[in-house]
Design a protein around this ligand. Structure first.
Ligand SMILES: [Zn+2]
Ligand SMILES: [Zn+2]
Length: 226
């Protein structure tokens, strides 16, 4: 802030700039930087910003959630029953295969507060998740590998080795790897149908549990349980 011009002893023209507050030296063409030096950045809302930011923490949080909301609204929505991906990503960052997701939802319904009426008691359930892209081992480019390996060698060394042969070997190796990586997809998977089904399932299981147990004596054949 308040930049001051620095001159060499005995010379007239300025050689550099210095921040008027802390004395940090800037080049002549960095007057904007020198002006900003030591000046606490202020957000549009008037709040002070952390060092290196031109937006305050509160506004940054709001901007990010607005971006997330917009991304959510724009995303293609696909119903769980129509979703053909193998995994669903939940908001808590869990990547779950269908059976694990169904089990997790079942448990969440079970652990819900039973004293609350249905929609309230299940308000903690995930209403949606995100699609998941599953990727295997990516292709390794032979030219990239050779460029790294031969970096220090003579010009044209690349032309003296069999890059195609290496590519074939790499392709074969890549095909043998069982590497799977999960990446968030760009679709929103709505889970309403799954939730309905799992709520029904929990109710059925509760009913079944409340039925009197058949004991050995009441079995028609009276034989041992298999
Ligand atoms: Zn300064
Ligand atoms: Zn702000």
């Amino acid at each position: 802030m308040d930049p001051r011009e620095l001159t060499f002893k005995g010379e007239e023209s300025a050689a550099a700039l210095a921040c008027g507050a802390c004395g940090t030296v800037y080049r002549l063409n960095e007057s904007a930087l020198a002006e900003r030096c030591c000046r606490k950045p202020v957000c549009e809302c008037g709040a002070e910003c952390a060092k290196g930011y031109s937006i305050c923490a509160g506004c940054l949080g709001e901007r990010r959630s607005a971006q997330r909301r917009a991304a959510f609204e724009q995303a293609e929505k696909v119903a769980y029953d129509a979703y053909d991906g193998e995994y669903v990503l939940l908001e808590d960052d869990r990547y779950l295969a269908h059976d694990a997701l169904e089990e997790a939802v079942y448990e969440m319904i079970r652990n819900g507060d039973p004293s609350l009426p249905a929609p309230l008691g299940t308000s903690h359930l995930p209403l949606f998740g995100y699609s998941v892209e599953v990727s295997g081992m990516p292709r390794i480019d032979a030219i990239d590998v050779l460029e790294g390996a031969l970096e220090e060698y003579y010009d044209g060394a690349m032309d003296d080795v069999d890059a195609n042969g290496l590519q074939r070997a790499l392709d074969g190796w890549v095909a043998e790897q069982y590497l799977r990586a999960f990446f968030p997809g760009d679709k929103v998977v709505t889970l309403t149908s799954l939730l309905d089904r799992m709520v029904d399932q929990v109710e059925w299981d509760d009913l079944a549990r409340d039925e009197p147990e058949w004991d050995d004596a009441s079995r028609i054949d009276g034989g041992p349980r298999s």
